[in-house]
Design a protein around this ligand. Structure first.
Ligand code: ADP
Ligand code: MG
Length: 227
């Protein structure tokens, strides 16, 4: 099953508003946490169980807020020339040890004859690949391989493929994976791919996904090459 992403609106005024609301919600949540701790000391056994549930839910809200604030963080919007292969190696060196702990090996195949320079926001592009590798790791609870390939297509674009041997994505869900808050994970936020799609769009690129349930998934990030 293959899908080409129809990019949606970028994080604009609404996104910025949401980010400031997320920020505002944090303070009352800290106070809620404080009071549940106080209640713990005065309540009976039933009450303690209910409070444990409340605490878990508060923790979950905090995780969502943290990730949301992370992805909506304003960047300086300064585009620079990025040597993609170098940046990918940095990302892989950072992620490979975490993968190895889960019995996952990350291998890279970086086309040598091309320099693969793109114009972009270094941190944002880095986040896109880190998120994608993180998703690949999470899709392989029993371990496996992640293959990262960089290739220049017709000397016009550069394609970075991140392929895993994970659980795959059902056809019916392929349409939804880029929606904010769409997640199939119990601890997921569903913000990674929606952020990635905005980043790639703002860099003039596209994302393609191909997936087969129980076989694996391939994400292709296609960005315009700079000469
Ligand atoms: P999260 O990781 O918090 O769930 P994402 O936006 O990163 O949010 O991903 C959204 C959903 O897309 C995931 O919950 C999962 O269902 C699906 N997905 C993304 N990448 C992969 C992958 N490599 N393999 C299988 N499913 C994936
Ligand atoms: Mg994710």
């Amino acid at each position: 099953m293959k899908k080409r992403l129809n990019h949606t609106e970028s994080l604009s005024t609404i996104g910025q508003l949401a980010a400031s609301i997320a920020h505002e919600i944090r303070n009352p949540m800290t106070s809620l946490k404080g009071f549940t701790q106080l209640l713990q000391q005065t309540t009976n056994e039933d009450g303690k169980r209910y409070l444990a549930v409340i605490n878990e839910e508060i923790k979950r809200m905090e995780e969502i807020l943290t990730e949301f604030l992370e992805v909506s963080k304003p960047t300086n919007n300064e585009f620079e020339y990025i040597e993609l292969k170098e940046l990918l190696l940095e990302v892989v060196n950072f992620m490979a040890p975490q993968a190895l702990l889960k019995n996952i090996e990350v291998s890279t195949s970086l086309q040598t004859e091309c320099t693969c320079k793109v114009l972009g926001d270094r941190n944002l592009i880095k986040q896109v690949f880190m998120n994608s590798i993180k998703n690949a790791i999470e899709a392989m609870p029993k371990g496996g391989n992640i293959y990262i390939t960089v290739s220049c297509t017709e000397k016009k674009d550069v394609c970075i493929e991140i392929r895993d041997q994970g659980q795959g994505i059902e056809a019916a869900q392929l349409d939804k994976i880029f929606d904010p808050f769409f997640t199939t994970k119990s601890g997921g936020t569903g913000l990674g791919l929606s952020h990635s799609s905005q980043v790639i769009k703002s860099h003039g690129g596209t994302i393609e996904v191909e997936s087969k349930v129980e076989v694996g998934t391939s994400f292709k990030f296609i960005l315009p090459l700079q000469k």
